[in-house]
Design a protein around this ligand. Sequence first.
Ligand code: DON
Length: 323
Amino acid sequence: MANSVNPEDLEILPSPLLAVLNDLHSQYKSLNEGTLANYIPELAKVNPDLFSICIATVDGKIYQVGDYQQTFTIQSISKVFAYGLALEDHGRDYILTRVGVEPTGDAFNAIILDEPSKRPYNPMVNAGAIAITSLIKGSGPTERLNRVLEMFQRYTGQDALVDISVFTSERSTGHRNRAMAHLMLNFGMIDHNIEEALDLYFQQCAVMVNCPDLAVMAATLANKGINPVTGKQAVNNLYIKDILSVMYTCGMYNFAGEWAYKIGFPAKSGVCGGIMAVVPRKMGIAVFSPLLDVRGNSVRGVKVCEELSQRLQLHLFECSGED
Ligand code: DON
Protein backbone atom coordinates (compact mmCIF):
# COMPACT_ATOMS: atom_id res chain seq x y z
CA MET A 1 0.00 0.00 0.00
CA ALA A 2 2.75 2.37 -1.00
CA ASN A 3 0.63 5.30 -2.20
CA SER A 4 2.08 8.54 -0.99
CA VAL A 5 -0.19 11.24 0.32
CA ASN A 6 -0.57 14.28 -1.87
CA PRO A 7 -2.03 17.19 0.10
CA GLU A 8 -3.13 18.73 -3.22
CA ASP A 9 -5.63 15.90 -3.56
CA LEU A 10 -7.97 16.88 -0.79
CA GLU A 11 -10.55 18.80 -2.75
CA ILE A 12 -13.32 16.19 -2.61
CA LEU A 13 -13.71 16.64 1.12
CA PRO A 14 -14.90 19.63 3.10
CA SER A 15 -11.65 20.02 5.04
CA PRO A 16 -7.99 19.07 4.50
CA LEU A 17 -8.27 15.41 5.28
CA LEU A 18 -4.75 14.66 6.37
CA ALA A 19 -4.86 17.58 8.79
CA VAL A 20 -8.07 16.18 10.26
CA LEU A 21 -6.47 12.75 10.70
CA ASN A 22 -3.37 14.26 12.35
CA ASP A 23 -5.59 16.29 14.62
CA LEU A 24 -7.62 13.25 15.68
CA HIS A 25 -4.46 11.24 16.22
CA SER A 26 -3.02 13.91 18.55
CA GLN A 27 -6.35 14.34 20.29
CA TYR A 28 -6.83 10.65 21.12
CA LYS A 29 -3.32 9.24 21.52
CA SER A 30 -3.41 10.05 25.24
CA LEU A 31 -6.73 8.19 25.69
CA ASN A 32 -5.61 5.00 27.41
CA GLU A 33 -8.90 3.50 28.49
CA GLY A 34 -9.79 -0.11 27.70
CA THR A 35 -8.01 -3.43 27.85
CA LEU A 36 -6.11 -5.64 25.46
CA ALA A 37 -7.77 -8.85 24.27
CA ASN A 38 -6.15 -11.48 26.45
CA TYR A 39 -7.70 -14.80 25.47
CA ILE A 40 -4.51 -15.72 23.61
CA PRO A 41 -0.95 -14.58 24.51
CA GLU A 42 -0.28 -13.14 21.03
CA LEU A 43 -2.99 -10.50 21.51
CA ALA A 44 -2.21 -9.87 25.19
CA LYS A 45 1.40 -8.87 24.42
CA VAL A 46 0.59 -6.26 21.73
CA ASN A 47 1.85 -2.72 22.46
CA PRO A 48 -1.30 -0.91 23.72
CA ASP A 49 0.00 2.49 22.51
CA LEU A 50 -0.10 1.56 18.82
CA PHE A 51 -2.46 3.87 16.98
CA SER A 52 -3.10 4.52 13.31
CA ILE A 53 -5.87 6.09 11.29
CA CYS A 54 -6.22 5.73 7.56
CA ILE A 55 -8.69 6.78 4.87
CA ALA A 56 -8.79 5.44 1.31
CA THR A 57 -11.05 7.29 -1.10
CA VAL A 58 -12.98 5.65 -3.95
CA ASP A 59 -10.65 7.38 -6.39
CA GLY A 60 -7.69 5.55 -4.88
CA LYS A 61 -6.07 8.18 -2.68
CA ILE A 62 -4.74 7.09 0.70
CA TYR A 63 -4.29 9.26 3.78
CA GLN A 64 -2.52 7.70 6.73
CA VAL A 65 -1.23 8.78 10.13
CA GLY A 66 0.42 7.08 13.12
CA ASP A 67 1.66 3.48 13.15
CA TYR A 68 0.22 2.65 9.76
CA GLN A 69 2.93 0.15 8.82
CA GLN A 70 2.18 -1.99 11.87
CA THR A 71 0.58 -5.31 10.95
CA PHE A 72 -2.02 -7.07 13.09
CA THR A 73 -4.40 -9.97 12.60
CA ILE A 74 -7.69 -9.02 11.00
CA GLN A 75 -9.78 -11.11 13.44
CA SER A 76 -13.54 -10.54 13.23
CA ILE A 77 -13.26 -7.97 10.45
CA SER A 78 -12.64 -11.01 8.21
CA LYS A 79 -16.29 -12.01 8.72
CA VAL A 80 -17.40 -9.29 6.32
CA PHE A 81 -15.30 -10.64 3.46
CA ALA A 82 -16.06 -14.31 4.11
CA TYR A 83 -19.75 -13.40 3.96
CA GLY A 84 -19.21 -11.85 0.52
CA LEU A 85 -17.42 -14.95 -0.73
CA ALA A 86 -20.17 -17.27 0.56
CA LEU A 87 -22.79 -15.06 -1.15
CA GLU A 88 -20.85 -15.34 -4.40
CA ASP A 89 -20.60 -19.12 -3.94
CA HIS A 90 -24.27 -19.78 -3.14
CA GLY A 91 -26.41 -16.70 -3.79
CA ARG A 92 -28.50 -14.63 -1.41
CA ASP A 93 -31.51 -16.93 -1.05
CA TYR A 94 -29.56 -20.00 -0.01
CA ILE A 95 -27.30 -18.10 2.39
CA LEU A 96 -30.37 -16.65 4.06
CA THR A 97 -31.63 -20.16 4.80
CA ARG A 98 -28.39 -20.88 6.72
CA VAL A 99 -27.63 -17.59 8.52
CA GLY A 100 -30.06 -14.80 9.42
CA VAL A 101 -29.61 -11.03 9.28
CA GLU A 102 -30.95 -10.02 12.70
CA PRO A 103 -28.83 -8.10 15.23
CA THR A 104 -28.55 -10.02 18.50
CA GLY A 105 -28.00 -7.41 21.20
CA ASP A 106 -25.74 -10.09 22.68
CA ALA A 107 -21.97 -10.45 22.83
CA PHE A 108 -20.19 -11.58 19.68
CA ASN A 109 -19.39 -14.97 21.18
CA ALA A 110 -22.85 -15.73 22.63
CA ILE A 111 -23.88 -19.36 22.23
CA ILE A 112 -27.31 -18.68 20.85
CA LEU A 113 -29.33 -19.59 17.75
CA ASP A 114 -32.55 -18.12 16.39
CA GLU A 115 -35.77 -19.98 17.30
CA PRO A 116 -37.37 -21.76 15.56
CA SER A 117 -35.11 -21.58 12.49
CA LYS A 118 -31.96 -22.67 14.42
CA ARG A 119 -29.97 -20.33 12.22
CA PRO A 120 -27.24 -18.22 13.78
CA TYR A 121 -28.58 -14.68 14.06
CA ASN A 122 -26.23 -13.00 11.61
CA PRO A 123 -22.85 -13.45 9.86
CA MET A 124 -21.04 -10.91 12.08
CA VAL A 125 -21.27 -12.89 15.33
CA ASN A 126 -19.02 -15.90 15.80
CA ALA A 127 -21.70 -18.56 15.31
CA GLY A 128 -22.86 -16.99 12.04
CA ALA A 129 -19.31 -16.46 10.84
CA ILE A 130 -18.37 -20.08 11.47
CA ALA A 131 -21.48 -21.23 9.56
CA ILE A 132 -20.61 -18.87 6.70
CA THR A 133 -17.01 -20.05 6.53
CA SER A 134 -18.19 -23.67 6.46
CA LEU A 135 -20.05 -22.81 3.22
CA ILE A 136 -17.03 -21.53 1.28
CA LYS A 137 -16.56 -23.79 -1.72
CA GLY A 138 -13.45 -25.79 -2.58
CA SER A 139 -12.37 -29.37 -3.16
CA GLY A 140 -10.56 -29.61 0.20
CA PRO A 141 -9.05 -27.50 2.99
CA THR A 142 -6.11 -26.26 0.90
CA GLU A 143 -8.26 -25.09 -1.97
CA ARG A 144 -10.70 -23.42 0.41
CA LEU A 145 -7.87 -21.62 2.24
CA ASN A 146 -6.37 -20.53 -1.08
CA ARG A 147 -9.71 -19.13 -2.19
CA VAL A 148 -9.96 -17.15 1.04
CA LEU A 149 -6.39 -15.83 0.70
CA GLU A 150 -6.96 -14.91 -2.96
CA MET A 151 -10.09 -13.06 -1.92
CA PHE A 152 -8.14 -11.01 0.66
CA GLN A 153 -5.52 -10.28 -2.01
CA ARG A 154 -8.18 -8.87 -4.31
CA TYR A 155 -9.37 -6.53 -1.56
CA THR A 156 -5.93 -5.34 -0.38
CA GLY A 157 -3.89 -5.63 -3.57
CA GLN A 158 -1.21 -7.29 -1.38
CA ASP A 159 -0.18 -10.88 -0.62
CA ALA A 160 -2.33 -12.37 2.15
CA LEU A 161 -0.44 -14.21 4.90
CA VAL A 162 -1.71 -16.09 7.96
CA ASP A 163 0.00 -15.44 11.31
CA ILE A 164 0.63 -19.08 12.18
CA SER A 165 1.19 -18.52 15.87
CA VAL A 166 -2.14 -16.64 16.23
CA PHE A 167 -3.89 -19.33 14.19
CA THR A 168 -2.54 -22.20 16.31
CA SER A 169 -3.30 -20.34 19.55
CA GLU A 170 -6.87 -19.66 18.41
CA ARG A 171 -7.28 -23.28 17.41
CA SER A 172 -6.01 -24.66 20.70
CA THR A 173 -8.08 -22.28 22.87
CA GLY A 174 -11.22 -21.87 20.75
CA HIS A 175 -13.47 -24.11 22.85
CA ARG A 176 -16.38 -21.69 22.80
CA ASN A 177 -16.30 -21.48 19.02
CA ARG A 178 -16.07 -25.27 18.91
CA ALA A 179 -19.12 -25.50 21.19
CA MET A 180 -21.08 -23.26 18.77
CA ALA A 181 -20.05 -25.41 15.84
CA HIS A 182 -21.24 -28.54 17.67
CA LEU A 183 -24.55 -26.87 18.52
CA MET A 184 -25.08 -25.97 14.85
CA LEU A 185 -24.07 -29.50 13.82
CA ASN A 186 -26.64 -30.86 16.24
CA PHE A 187 -29.38 -28.87 14.45
CA GLY A 188 -28.11 -29.74 10.98
CA MET A 189 -27.16 -26.10 10.28
CA ILE A 190 -23.53 -26.88 9.50
CA ASP A 191 -21.73 -29.70 7.72
CA HIS A 192 -20.27 -32.61 9.73
CA ASN A 193 -16.70 -31.53 9.09
CA ILE A 194 -16.62 -28.92 11.81
CA GLU A 195 -12.90 -29.08 12.62
CA GLU A 196 -12.12 -28.15 9.02
CA ALA A 197 -14.61 -25.26 9.12
CA LEU A 198 -13.16 -24.06 12.43
CA ASP A 199 -9.61 -24.24 11.06
CA LEU A 200 -10.57 -22.08 8.10
CA TYR A 201 -12.38 -19.65 10.43
CA PHE A 202 -9.31 -19.38 12.69
CA GLN A 203 -7.07 -18.97 9.63
CA GLN A 204 -9.20 -16.19 8.15
CA CYS A 205 -9.14 -14.39 11.53
CA ALA A 206 -5.32 -14.68 11.61
CA VAL A 207 -4.72 -13.03 8.23
CA MET A 208 -2.30 -10.13 8.70
CA VAL A 209 -3.19 -6.60 7.58
CA ASN A 210 -2.16 -3.04 8.37
CA CYS A 211 -4.35 0.02 8.70
CA PRO A 212 -4.04 1.13 5.04
CA ASP A 213 -4.94 -2.40 3.92
CA LEU A 214 -8.15 -2.20 5.93
CA ALA A 215 -8.96 1.23 4.54
CA VAL A 216 -8.52 -0.02 0.96
CA MET A 217 -10.68 -3.05 1.73
CA ALA A 218 -13.37 -0.72 3.05
CA ALA A 219 -12.98 1.60 0.05
CA THR A 220 -13.48 -1.43 -2.20
CA LEU A 221 -16.84 -2.02 -0.53
CA ALA A 222 -17.61 1.70 -0.94
CA ASN A 223 -16.69 1.45 -4.63
CA LYS A 224 -19.05 -1.24 -6.03
CA GLY A 225 -16.62 -4.02 -5.08
CA ILE A 226 -13.78 -2.58 -7.18
CA ASN A 227 -10.45 -2.07 -5.41
CA PRO A 228 -9.81 1.65 -6.06
CA VAL A 229 -6.02 1.21 -6.08
CA THR A 230 -5.71 -1.83 -8.38
CA GLY A 231 -8.94 -1.30 -10.34
CA LYS A 232 -9.76 -5.00 -9.92
CA GLN A 233 -13.17 -6.37 -8.93
CA ALA A 234 -12.79 -7.98 -5.48
CA VAL A 235 -16.42 -9.00 -4.96
CA ASN A 236 -19.48 -9.06 -7.17
CA ASN A 237 -21.30 -5.74 -6.93
CA LEU A 238 -24.58 -7.71 -6.62
CA TYR A 239 -23.71 -8.45 -2.99
CA ILE A 240 -22.43 -5.09 -1.79
CA LYS A 241 -25.83 -4.11 -0.42
CA ASP A 242 -26.12 -7.40 1.48
CA ILE A 243 -22.67 -6.98 3.01
CA LEU A 244 -23.14 -3.32 3.95
CA SER A 245 -26.63 -3.84 5.38
CA VAL A 246 -25.41 -6.56 7.70
CA MET A 247 -22.34 -4.51 8.68
CA TYR A 248 -24.59 -1.56 9.43
CA THR A 249 -27.03 -3.45 11.65
CA CYS A 250 -24.72 -6.06 13.20
CA GLY A 251 -21.05 -5.11 12.62
CA MET A 252 -20.39 -3.46 15.98
CA TYR A 253 -22.05 -6.24 18.00
CA ASN A 254 -24.16 -5.06 20.92
CA PHE A 255 -23.06 -1.49 20.19
CA ALA A 256 -24.47 -1.67 16.64
CA GLY A 257 -27.61 0.38 17.39
CA GLU A 258 -25.77 3.20 19.11
CA TRP A 259 -23.11 3.15 16.39
CA ALA A 260 -25.74 3.43 13.64
CA TYR A 261 -27.49 6.23 15.53
CA LYS A 262 -24.44 8.32 16.41
CA ILE A 263 -21.92 7.52 13.69
CA GLY A 264 -24.15 6.39 10.88
CA PHE A 265 -22.21 4.27 8.40
CA PRO A 266 -21.50 0.51 8.15
CA ALA A 267 -18.53 -0.76 10.16
CA LYS A 268 -16.93 -3.87 11.57
CA SER A 269 -14.58 -4.28 14.49
CA GLY A 270 -12.27 -7.03 15.67
CA VAL A 271 -10.51 -7.97 18.91
CA CYS A 272 -7.24 -6.95 17.25
CA GLY A 273 -8.32 -3.34 17.86
CA GLY A 274 -9.18 -2.64 14.25
CA ILE A 275 -12.33 -0.89 13.08
CA MET A 276 -13.11 -0.79 9.37
CA ALA A 277 -15.88 1.53 8.18
CA VAL A 278 -17.45 2.16 4.79
CA VAL A 279 -18.91 5.43 3.59
CA PRO A 280 -20.67 4.27 0.41
CA ARG A 281 -19.49 5.90 -2.82
CA LYS A 282 -16.96 8.01 -0.86
CA MET A 283 -14.32 6.25 1.22
CA GLY A 284 -13.10 3.51 3.49
CA ILE A 285 -11.96 4.38 7.00
CA ALA A 286 -9.71 2.25 9.20
CA VAL A 287 -8.50 2.76 12.74
CA PHE A 288 -6.12 0.51 14.64
CA SER A 289 -5.72 0.88 18.39
CA PRO A 290 -5.69 -2.32 20.45
CA LEU A 291 -7.31 -1.17 23.71
CA LEU A 292 -10.89 -2.46 23.69
CA ASP A 293 -14.08 -1.51 25.51
CA VAL A 294 -16.32 -4.09 27.21
CA ARG A 295 -18.05 -4.96 23.92
CA GLY A 296 -14.76 -5.70 22.16
CA ASN A 297 -14.59 -2.47 20.10
CA SER A 298 -11.46 -0.30 19.99
CA VAL A 299 -11.95 2.63 22.40
CA ARG A 300 -9.99 5.12 20.31
CA GLY A 301 -11.44 3.63 17.12
CA VAL A 302 -15.00 4.40 18.19
CA LYS A 303 -14.04 7.95 19.23
CA VAL A 304 -12.18 8.66 15.98
CA CYS A 305 -15.07 7.40 13.84
CA GLU A 306 -17.54 9.44 15.86
CA GLU A 307 -15.49 12.62 15.31
CA LEU A 308 -14.94 11.86 11.63
CA SER A 309 -18.65 11.35 11.16
CA GLN A 310 -19.39 14.72 12.76
CA ARG A 311 -16.56 16.77 11.26
CA LEU A 312 -17.00 15.46 7.71
CA GLN A 313 -20.79 15.05 7.99
CA LEU A 314 -20.60 11.41 6.98
CA HIS A 315 -23.71 10.05 8.75
CA LEU A 316 -25.73 8.38 5.99
CA PHE A 317 -28.89 10.17 7.10
CA GLU A 318 -27.26 13.57 7.49
CA CYS A 319 -29.55 16.18 5.91
CA SER A 320 -28.08 19.43 7.14
CA GLY A 321 -25.14 19.79 4.73
CA GLU A 322 -25.04 20.99 1.16
CA ASP A 323 -25.77 18.49 -1.62
O1 DON B 1 -13.56 -16.03 17.19
C1 DON B 1 -12.66 -15.50 17.82
O2 DON B 1 -12.55 -15.67 19.00
C2 DON B 1 -11.66 -14.57 17.16
N1 DON B 1 -10.76 -15.19 16.33
C3 DON B 1 -12.34 -13.43 16.49
C4 DON B 1 -12.91 -12.60 17.54
C5 DON B 1 -13.21 -11.22 17.17
O3 DON B 1 -12.45 -10.45 16.61
C6 DON B 1 -14.52 -10.79 17.65
N2 DON B 1 -14.56 -9.38 17.71
N3 DON B 1 -14.65 -8.56 18.43
